[in-house]
Design a protein around this ligand. Structure first.
Ligand code: GAP
Length: 407
């Protein structure tokens, strides 16, 4: 774990927040490579869970939320952890909105889910979806955790990727199994080590107040087996409570039976930070290459923060540098996440890229100038092949590949 935390800091993935003031427990800032990895994961989730499906609607709700929402959802009374003395501490961040006597209490949302339930009627009215359908959201959540710990595992500000999947009451079991499988398939798709993932049926006494069935997906982190994701059967708990508290009907007219029903909900809830941490733990590899020990991130190329690095063999040969710059400019236009490096010997440059998980390094040497080809070196095996410049973009695209929609 220490090696991963140190790599993240040293190589520009993740920094302690407000570090120059001694850090801020439970808060983390992302640097260029962490942000790139995080965006790649979120974009992939959106592609696999939303864009590749016909039954999904995206929303992006406000993060500061009116107190009535969390009174109705049960969070004001029930979202509490025990303190050492046995008293309960509500972990929602409370704030006030507006000035003076007009000010009203509000909360930073502790889950993105409620912004989905409060928009249920809007989506139904604007889009007339057929059941079953889902509403998805990626966004920040905030919890005043009593003891934030284990790097980004338990943070006070974090991101969630959530789906509330609305079904007819008789269909919940089938939908639960379907989302269990999709969550498993996602774990495999992003390269989290499947052997370290365990699906745990959460007993009655340990479930959240809104859930009638929960499966936790746990991962063997270096600091122990801990919750990675949750999958919950939230019944009609949220819609019914919001309907009661707001006085607004939150039902669905079933066109088949002409009956009004309150749909029930299956919720796969995935933390972004925990995904990043499990992906990094799964990818971190130490081996020996060319007789030297090395550490590298065996990330799926499609998720890697940098897709390719371009090197002139020698820094002091203008013709090599010019050709390398030209190739770099072309690839950067096409792939975006491409870097140029002419610092130090080639071996050192390879190691620097290995450490951040760059899948391909491209070297321009004297032969390149004569024959119009380059060396492409593979991160995992260290093997090198010569590829004609005319074919470089196409081959790189193929090698980087993409992660296909879940079945
Ligand atoms: N809407 C359901 C919900 O919020 P949860 O089990 O409390 O359920 C869902 O949280 C997921 O959010 C967790 O499985 C985890 O991935 C992530 N998560 C929860 N608390 C977190 C924290 N303090 N730091 C980082 N991630 C957290």
């Amino acid at each position: 774990m220490e090696k991963i935390v140190s790599l993240c800091k040293r190589r520009g993935f993740i920094y302690p927040s407000a570090e120059i003031y001694g850090g801020f427990s439970g808060f983390w800032d992302y640097g260029p490579y962490g942000l790139a990895l995080r965006n790649n994961l979120k974009n992939l989730w959106w592609k696999l869970f939303v864009d590749s499906r016909e039954d999904m609607y995206g929303v992006d709700a406000a993060e500061i939320t009116k107190q009535e929402v969390f009174q109705a959802s049960g969070h004001v009374s029930g979202f509490a952890d025990p303190l050492a003395d046995g008293t309960k501490f509500n972990t929602m961040f409370k704030t006030s909105v507006g000035a003076g006597e007009e000010a009203s209490i509000a909360y930073l949302r502790p889950e993105t889910a409620q912004g989905i339930f409060t928009n249920f009627k809007n989506i139904v009215d604007s889009f007339h979806p057929k059941l079953p359908f889902g509403i998805a959201q990626i966004g920040k959540a905030f919890r005043n955790e009593i003891s934030p710990r284990d790097f980004i595992f338990r943070a006070r500000e974090f991101e969630q990727m959530e789906v509330e999947y609305f079904v007819r009451p008789a269909e919940w079991k089938e939908a639960f199994v379907l989302w269990q499988k999709k969550t498993h398939d996602w774990i495999v798709a992003v390269g989290i080590d499947e052997k370290k993932v365990h699906e745990l049926e959460v007993p009655d006494s340990e479930r959240a107040h809104y859930s009638r069935r929960t499966i936790d997906f746990e991962y063997d982190f270096p600091f122990g087996r801990k919750e990675l994701y949750g999958l919950a059967y939230r019944t009609d708990y949220d819609l019914s409570n919001h309907a009661k508290a707001s006085g607004v009907e939150l039902s669905y007219l079933d066109e088949e039976t002409k009956e009004k029903i309150v749909p029930q909900v299956i919720e796969p809830s995935l933390g972004v930070g925990r995904t990043i941490l499990a992906v990094l733990c799964s990818a971190y590899t130490e081996d020996e290459l060319g007789g030297e020990p090395r550490a590298y991130l065996k990330l799926k190329p499609a998720l890697a923060p940098v897709k390719a690095a371009v090197f002139p063999l020698l820094k002091n040969k203008p013709e090599l540098v010019a050709k390398a710059r030209e190739i770099y400019a072309t690839l950067k236009k096409e792939f975006g996440a491409v870097v140029f490096d002419d610092n130090g010997n080639i071996g050192k440059r390879y190691r620097r890229q290995d450490e951040i998980g760059t899948p391909f390094c491209i070297t321009i040497d004297f032969d390149s100038l004569e024959k119009g080809d380059v060396t492409v070196r593979d991160r995992d095996t260290g093997t090198q092949e010569r590829i004609p410049l005319s074919d470089l973009s196409a081959q790189l695209s193929r090698k980087i590949g993409s992660i296909e929609p879940l079945k």
